[in-house]
Design a protein around this ligand. Sequence first.
Ligand SMILES: Nc1nc2c(ncn2[C@@H]2O[C@H](COP(=O)(O)OP(=O)(O)O)[C@@H](O)[C@H]2O)c(=O)[nH]1
Ligand SMILES: Nc1ncnc2c1ncn2[C@@H]1O[C@H](COP(=O)(O)OP(=O)(O)O)[C@@H](O)[C@H]1O
Length: 229
Amino acid sequence: MYMRHFIRLFSAMAGPRPLVFSGPSGAGKSTLLKKLMGEYDSVFGFSVSHTTRKPRPGEQNGIDYHYVSREEMQAGIDNGDFIESAEFSGNLYGTSKAAVQAVQAQNLICILDIDMQGVKNIKKTDLNPLYISIQPPSLEVLEERLRGRKTESEESVQKRLRAAKADMEFSKEPKVFDVVIINNNLEEAYGSLKQALQEEIHKVVCEATTTHLWLQKHLLQSLGFIMLE
Ligand SMILES: Nc1nc2c(ncn2[C@@H]2O[C@H](COP(=O)(O)OP(=O)(O)O)[C@@H](O)[C@H]2O)c(=O)[nH]1
Ligand SMILES: Nc1ncnc2c1ncn2[C@@H]1O[C@H](COP(=O)(O)OP(=O)(O)O)[C@@H](O)[C@H]1O
């Protein structure tokens, strides 16, 4: 009896399976992730990446990214602080070990938003996430969305569109992604995402309830309120 609960507690401490979100810049990853984390804030936690790109208006250091200089980021990479890192559109991006550990320590499902190089590199690690690709309905729609967001210079839009072509091809490769979602209509895409994650969400919610009840019962037992089995 005790052993089963200790095993359950121990596996909960190891943390639930992380989620990797990838797909072209402008496909709608942040929009979908914000909706998901808004609805399930006690289930998911965001792995805050480091980047050398400048913050956009409204972005916050330590929440959207850790904004660092190239020198600082390179020193961290050389020191082995990162699980993966990549150059994208003229800037460095990377997932630190600390960012993932911070989420897993709270027993939340850790979400990584990374580019296709990141996906390839994470596949070489023992993180064992579920891989989800968010794709636009077409390159034309992607361009409209990127321009409509008004965050990128013309040069940056062009770089992102070039990277997007490769990313759209990559998402069609067999066995790379567990789920590919085409973000055409936002509500439909969000519905597909929730459906794909239903089992993972259920596991975390049930685990949390079981662990909570078990701890409550044993606290009462240790205080002498109820008899041990
Ligand atoms: N490999 C890797 N890619 C990242 C990381 N963080 C963000 N990215 C990717 O970098 C790309 C550019 O991100 P960003 O500048 O925020 O632009 P946005 O995706 O268009 O909002 C996106 O494809 C992100 O998924 C990271 O830690 N590692
Ligand atoms: N389904 C959708 N229909 C129309 N516009 C969308 C949709 N999904 C996202 N957008 C818009 O497209 C732009 C890019 O989305 P964003 O979430 O920033 O993409 P990413 O994080 O993948 O770079 C944003 O202005 C966002 O509001």
